[in-house]
Structure formats: C-alpha cells, structure tokens
Design a binder for this molecule. Sequence first.
Ligand SMILES: C[S@@+](CC[C@H](N)C(=O)[O-])C[C@H]1O[C@@H](n2cnc3c(N)ncnc32)[C@H](O)[C@@H]1O
Length: 237
Amino acid sequence: MERSVPLPLPVRAWSAWKNRGPRYAWHKVLRRTLGRWPDWKRRLLYADPREYWTLRGGQDYFREQEDHPTRTGRSEWIADRIATYRPTSILEIGCGYGKQLRAIRQRLDVPMVGLDFSPTQLGQARVYLGGLDRVDLALGTGARLPFADQSFDLVLTSAVILHNPPPIAEQIRREVMRVSRRFAAHNEDTDLSYNRYGYDTAAWYRAAGIELAECGPIPTEPDSAPTQFCVAEPCRR
Ligand SMILES: C[S@@+](CC[C@H](N)C(=O)[O-])C[C@H]1O[C@@H](n2cnc3c(N)ncnc32)[C@H](O)[C@@H]1O
C-alpha cells in the first residue's frame, strides 16, 4: 500500500496556524520537537492538562487512535470485562470521543453518561456517539463530579487518572468512590511520560481497605506493556 509522505514540520505548523490559530500551532510544534526533553515537554505542554486535551482532542486524537488496531483490541476487551458485571448504569469519566462507551453499548443497553473536561473531545463524541439512545455527555472535571452520591452502578476511567497530577488524581479517585454504587473499573497504565504520572490504582484501593473483584494486565497488549485493569467494589470494605 502506498504511504503518503508527511509534509515538513514548518509546512504543517503553518497549516495548523491557518486552520486553528497560533495556540494550536504552538502546541503541535512543541509536541513534535521536545521528544528528547520530557521535563520541558511536561512544563511547556502539560502545565494545564485541560488546555492540552482541548488542543490535542477532537479530530486529531480520533484519527490517531482509530489508526491503532491495538486500541480497538483493548477497548473491546475492557467492554467484555465490564459487561460481565451487568451494571445497571455507567459513568465514564474522561470519555474522550466515546470509543469505550460505544464498545460497551454493543454489549449492554443501560443508561450511560460520558464526562470530559475537553470541549473538543466532547464535540467529537457527539459525532461518534450520535444516534445512540440513553448516552448523555457532560462537560466537567472528574475532580468534582456534578452528580449525587451513588448515582451510578459502575464508574469507569480509562487512561484518565494517569494524566492528572497527584492531588487531582486523588480527588478523582475519591469522586469515583462517592458516585459509584457497586463497581469502580479502571484501565490505567502505570508508566511515566511527559503527560503520564504512573499510578498503581489497584494498590490505592488495597491501601484504602477496598476489595478488588479483579486486577491484572490487559492480555491483548504485549507482555512488556505497563497495563493495569482493575475493578474495585467500593461498597465492600
Ligand atoms: C487518553 S484520553 C482517553 C479517552 C477515553 N477514556 C478512551 O479510553 O478512549 C484521556 C481523556 O481524559 C480526559 N481527562 C483527563 N483528565 C480529566 C479530568 N480531570 N476530568 C475530566 N476529563 C479528563 C481528557 O480530556 C481525554 O479526553
């Protein structure tokens, strides 16, 4: 198959500037050029995670993810696991463009809410999930959820807590505990990078004295991948 040759960086930067303005172009240039300086990349690019996900999110992120067959394998596997718990309602914090929600909907016809703090990700989710019944989308932060205690039978995070610095990660976990009734499911890799903080979510639950229904690596990924999927039962302490 013929592969298109990527345009030179200055040309891509100019086109990004023209289409979406200087902040977006600057974001793209930093992402491409600071690979060898992860500390600077974190400081310059990830100082404000919400802004980062607003600039990175939307169509770019959608294309990037859909080009990776492994991402689909992972979300199908997670959806299978979640379906086995037969939750009666689901909240996904940091739902992105809705890949996980759509995979779950193919297995479970229950009310679902996707929340994300990035308007561009939610915009893409509206397109990707358009037409699905009983899926609501909300703009908001996982650190302060606009829902009453125990509003959802199962709360899911998939590659979300890991993108937040420790104090915010802690708030998100506490909010997950507050709004979930029976289960809290997490797909959170444990490695570090400029935008990842590397948490062991299962260890957090164990330290809090909360039982885990399951915990382990994701089998669709290579053995060396730093994956972790766990399901906690906040109601069983
Ligand atoms: C790597 S993407 C994963 C998207 C989706 N969960 C999936 O598995 O396809 C991370 C998403 O989490 C969102 N996010 C990160 N931190 C968040 C927070 N504190 N509150 C709400 N959304 C957050 C980002 O905007 C982004 O859409």
